[in-house]
Design a binder for this molecule. Structure first.
Ligand SMILES: O=c1ccn([C@@H]2O[C@H](COP(=O)(O)OP(=O)(O)O[C@H]3O[C@H](CO)[C@@H](O)[C@H](O)[C@H]3O)[C@@H](O)[C@H]2O)c(=O)[nH]1
Ligand SMILES: [Mn+2]
Length: 738
C-alpha cells in the first residue's frame, strides 16, 4: 500500500437492503398462519381417525403432508430474506492499492465434454473471450479440459491459438468490450477495414472447425504444420476413444515465447484431456476440474482460479480487476474463499418461457446469502483462491505431493520435459487413488451437482464468499431451448441435490453444526428442492379428482379457515412476485417462473426423486447427461416466438399432460356441479379455483396438444397415453370412493 495520510478510496462497499425489515415482520405473521393451519390439520386428522371413512382420512393425510412440506420449504427460504445485501466494487481505485505489474496470476479453467453437444467453436469463443481480459497477459493462463477426448476440440483450439494472435491486439487497440468474437461480430461493431479483415479470418476459422465437426474428421488441407500433425496423431490410435485413452496435454500458447502480431506476449493456452479408463471412475466435471487443478499447479500454480463452463463467455474485460477488489492481498478479506458472479444469459425470449434465468437461484437467493456467510458456488463464473482447495482458512491440509502446495513456486518453463512429465502424472486416471482428492482436497465428489456440493463443503470448513453482480454482466451464457432439455437439466440437478440432502454431510445435520442454522437452512432449501414434487403433485391431482366426484375437501368460503388459506396462498405468491420484480424482473417473466416451478414439480423433481431412490436401492446408476448447446434453426425460431418446444415423446411430459387434462375436466365439471347443487359455489370454490389455476398454467399444453402442427408440438403418443392414464386414475379413485 502506498503511504498516504488520507484514507484510501474503498475497493468495495456493502449495503443491507431495506426490505429486510418488512421480510422479518412478514415472516412472523406468516409463521403464525402456518402454525394455525397445521394445528387445524392435526385436529381434522385426529377426528377423522375415529369418525369418518378411509377416503376422507386419506384426503386429510395427503393435504397435511403437502402443507407440512410446503411449510418446511417456506421456512428454508427465510434465510434468503433475513438480510439481503447489495455490494459494489470499485476497480477504478485499484491503482491506489496495487501496481498493475504486481497483480496476481490467474488460471482459468474451461470445461467441455462432448464436441457434438458442445460445438468446439463455442468453446474456442469462450477461451478467446477470457484471453482478451484487460489484465497483464503474461499473468493469464487458460486451461481447457476436454472430457470428450476429441481431436475436433483440439483442432478448434489450435485454430483459436492462431486467431488469438490477431484478435487480442485488435481488442486491445480498439477497446473492445465484447471480447467474445462471436458476440462481437453479432453486435453493432464499427465497420472498418481492420474489423472486416478480422471478421473474414474469424469466419474462415469457424468454417474450418464446423466443417471438421460435421465430417467427424479434420481434412488434410487444414493441417498446416508438422507440429499440428503430431498433436492430432495422438488421437489416431485405434484404442483411443472417449471412455478410454491416455492423457493428452498440449501447450498451444506459451506466455514466455509466443507473441501476437504486434509483438506482445500471449497468455498461456493449455489443452488437457485427462486419462480415462473404463475401470476408473472419472467423477465427471469435478474430476475434470481436479485434474486441471493439479496440471495447472505443475505449470503455473496461480493463486487465483476462475472456473468457466464452455457455454459462457466473458462480457466484461475488467472482470478480473473487479475480483481483485475482493481477493487482492490487502483487500482485507483473508477468509473470503471465492467470488461468485451470477449466471446470466443472452438470447432469452421476452417472457423467458422456461424461466431459464433462474432468478431466485442465481440472483435473489445469492443476495440473501451474501448477507450471511456468502453465496453458494454455481459451477461457472466463479473466482477461487487456490488455497480453498487445501482445507479451511485455519486448517491447511498438505497435499500428497509438495509440488501441489498452493504456495509452491514453479521455476521451470511450462513446456519443459519435467513439467510436462509431472503434468501427465497428475492427469492420470489412477493418480487420485488413496489420496484426499474429492473428499478433503479440491472439488468434492459424490454429487451430480459438484458445484453446489463443493461450495457447501468449503463454507462448512469456514470459508466465506462474495457475490459480485456488476451492472454489466461479467459473463453471459446459453440456455437450453427445448422443454425436454430444460427438464432433464433440472432432473440431473435434483438427483445431485438429493445425494447431498441424504448424505452424512446433509445440511440439516452436519451443516447446522458447521455453519449455523441460517446458512444450513439456505443449503437445505436447495438440497430438498425435489420434495416440492410431493405437494405439487398432490395439489395438481387430488382437488380435481375430488371435485369431479363431488367431494368437498377444503373449507367453505365463509368459514374463517378459508381466509387462512387465502392469506397463505396470496402471501406467498405476492411476496414471491415482489421479490422477483424488484430484482430486475417483469410480471410476465414472474408468471413463467411460477409456472415452470409447477412444471418442474410434476416432472424434473418427481423423476429426479424416483431416479435417486432407485439408485439408492441399487437398481440404477446415473451419469452426467450434458445439456445440448446446439441450436437448431427452426427450434430457435419457435423459441423466439415464445412457443414451448415438446417434440420428443419424453416420459416427463406425461404427468404434465395428465394434470392439464384433469384440471380442465375438473374445472368444467366443477361449474356444472355448482349449477346443480345448492350452496355448491361456497363448498367447491377452492377446488374450482385450484383447477382453474392449473388450467391457466396449462394453456401452452392445450395448444401443443390440439392446435399446433409444427415439429415442436406435443407428440400424439404422449397425448394419448396421458388421456388414458387420466381415465385409469379417475376410474380407480371412483371405485375406491363408491
Ligand atoms: O463429465 C463431464 C460432464 C460435464 N462437464 C462440463 O460441465 C459443464 C456443465 O455442463 P452442462 O451440461 O452445461 O450442465 P448445466 O446443467 O448447464 O450446468 C450447471 O450445472 C452443473 C452441475 O450439474 C454445473 O457444473 C454447471 O456449472 C452449471 O452451470 C460443461 O462445461 C461440461 O462440458 C465436464 O467437463 N465433464
Ligand atoms: Mn450449462
Amino acid at each position: 500500500m502506498k503511504t498516504t495520510t488520507t484514507t484510501p478510496p474503498p475497493l468495495h462497499s456493502l449495503r443491507p437492503l431495506r426490505r429486510r425489515h418488512f421480510n422479518r415482520l412478514f415472516a412472523a405473521a406468516y409463521t403464525a398462519a402456518i402454525l394455525s393451519l397445521l394445528y387445524h390439520h392435526t385436529l381434522t386428522l385426529l377426528q377423522s381417525t375415529t369418525t369418518t371413512t378411509t377416503v376422507s382420512l386419506s384426503i386429510s393425510l395427503l393435504l397435511f403432508l403437502s402443507d407440512a412440506i410446503l411449510a418446511y420449504m417456506w421456512s428454508t427460504t427465510q434465510s434468503f430474506r433475513m438480510n439481503p445485501v447489495h455490494r459494489r466494487s470499485f476497480p477504478e481505485n485499484l491503482p491506489e492499492f496495487q501496481d498493475r505489474k504486481d497483480f496476481p496470476a490467474v488460471d482459468i479453467f474451461i470445461c467441455t465434454a462432448d464436441p457434438h453437444k458442445e460445438p468446439p467453436v463455442g468453446v474456442a469463443n469462450t477461451a478467446l473471450s477470457v484471453m482478451a481480459y484487460d489484465y497483464p497477459t503474461e499473468k493469464l493462463s487458460v486451461y481447457v479440459s476436454d472430457d470428450g477426448g476429441s481431436e475436433l476440440t483440439a483442432f478448434a483450439f489450435m485454430e483459436a491459438a492462431k486467431f488469438g494472435k490477431v484478435w487480442l491486439p485488435f481488442c486491445r487497440e480498439n477497446d473492445v468490450t465484447d471480447t467474445c468474437p462471436d458476440a462481437y461480430f453479432a453486435s453493432n461493431y464499427a465497420l472498418t477495414d481492420k474489423s472486416l479483415e478480422i471478421k473474414m479470418m474469424y469466419e474462415s476459422m469457424k468454417m474450418k472447425v464446423e466443417n471438421a465437426v460435421e465430417k467427424g474428421k479434420i481434412s488434410e488441407e487444414y493441417i498446416t504444420s508438422e507440429e499440428e500433425r503430431q498433436i492430432l496423431s495422438q488421437y489416431c490410435n485405434k484404442d483411443f476413444n472417449r471412455q478410454s485413452h491416455p492423457s493428452v496435454i498440449q501447450v498451444l500458447l506459451n506466455s514466455n515465447k509466443d507473441k501476437d502480431v504486434t509483438g506482445k506476449y500471449m497468455p498461456n493456452l493449455v489443452y488437457v484431456s485427462r486419462e480415462k479408463r473404463k475401470t476408473s471412475p472419472h467423477h465427471f466435471k469435478a474430476g475434470a476440474l481436479n485434474a486441471l487443478l493439479r496440471v495447472s499447479a505443475s505449470m503455473t500454480n496461480s493463486p487465483i482460479i476462475l472456473t468457466l463452463d464452455c457455454d459462457m463467455y466473458s462480457n466484461d474485460p475488467l472482470t478480473v480487476q473487479r475480483v481483485l477488489c475482493y481477493l487482492a492481498v490487502n483487500s482485507g478479506n483473508t477468509d473470503c474463499g471465492y467470488v461468485q458472479f451470477p449466471q446470466r444469459y443472452h438470447g432469452l425470449n421476452k417472457s423467458d418461457i422456461y424461466a431459464s434465468e433462474h432468478k431466485r437461484l442465481f440472483l435473489a437467493n445469492p443476495i440473501g446469502m451474501d448477507g450471511l456467510n456468502g453465496p453458494n458456488y454455481v459451477g461457472t463464473g466463479c473466482f477461487f483462491r487456490r488455497r480453498v482447495f487445501f482445507g479451511g482458512p485455519f486448517s491447511y491440509i498438505d497435499p500428497e505431493n509438495p509440488d501441489l502446495d498452493p504456495n509452491h513456486i514453479v521455476d521451470k518453463p511450462i513446456n519443459s520435459k519435467e513439467v510436462l512429465g509431472m503434468a501427465h502424472h497428475f492427469a492420470s486416471c489412477n493418480y487420485e487413488n488413496q489420496t484426499n482428492w474429492g473428499s478433503k482436497l479440491g472439488f468434492r465428489y459424490g454429487s451430480l451437482v459438484e458445484d453446489y456440493y463443493t461450495g457447501y463443503r468449503l463454507q462448512c470448513e469456514g470459508w466465506r464468499s462474495v457475490f459480485c453482480d456488476p451492472k454489466r454482466p461479467a459473463f453471459l451464457g446459453d440456455v437450453p431451448i427445448s422443454l425436454n432439455d430444460v427438464l432433464s437439466q433440472t432432473k440431473r440437478w435434483s438427483i445431485g441435490l438429493l445425494e447431498v440432502g441424504f448424505s452424512k454431510y446433509s445440511p440439516i445435520t452436519f451443516g447446522v453444526k458447521a455453519m449455523g442454522i441460517l446458512m444450513a437452512q439456505a443449503y437445505a432449501n436447495y438440497a430438498f428442492w425435489p420434495i416440492w414434487s410431493i405437494p405439487i403433485t398432490i395439489y395438481a391431482f387430488a382437488p380435481s379428482i375430488a371435485l369431479l366426484q363431488g367431494i368437498p375437501i377444503f373449507p367453505k368460503v365463509h368459514e374463517p379457515r378459508f381466509s387462512l388459506y387465502a392469506f397463505l396462498f396470496l402471501g406467498a405468491y405476492v411476496q414471491d412476485c415482489l421479490d422477483f420484480i424488484s430484482t430486475r424482473g417483469t410480471f410476465q417473466r414472474w408468471w413463467s417462473d411460477q409456472r415452470i416451478w409447477l412444471i418442474r414439480g410434476l416432472s424434473s423433481f418427481l423423476f429426479g426423486s424416483i431416479e435417486y431412490t432407485s439408485k439408492r436401492l441399487g437398481m440404477a446408476t446415473h451419469g452426467f447427461n450434458v445439456t445440448s448447446k446446439v441450436m437448431d434453426n427452426e427450434q430457435s425460431k419457435r423459441y423466439n416466438q415464445g412457443m414451448f418446444e415438446f417434440g420428443v415423446a419424453s416420459p416427463m411430459f406425461v404427468p404434465l399432460a395428465m394434470a392439464a387434462i384433469l384440471n380442465l375436466a375438473a374445472f368444467l365439471g366443477g361449474f356444472v356441479l355448482v349449477l346443480k347443487k345448492e350452496g355448491g359455489f361456497d363448498r367447491f370454490f377452492m377446488q374450482i379455483f385450484i383447477a382453474g389455476f392449473g388450467v391457466l398454467n396449462s394453456l401452452p399444453f392445450y395448444e401443443a396438444m390440439v392446435l399446433r402442427s409444427d415439429k415442436g408440438k406435443m407428440p400424439m403418443k404422449t397425448t394419448i397415453t396421458s388421456t388414458l392414464l387420466v381415465g385409469i386414475l379417475y376410474g380407480i379413485c371412483f371405485l375406491c370412493t363408491n
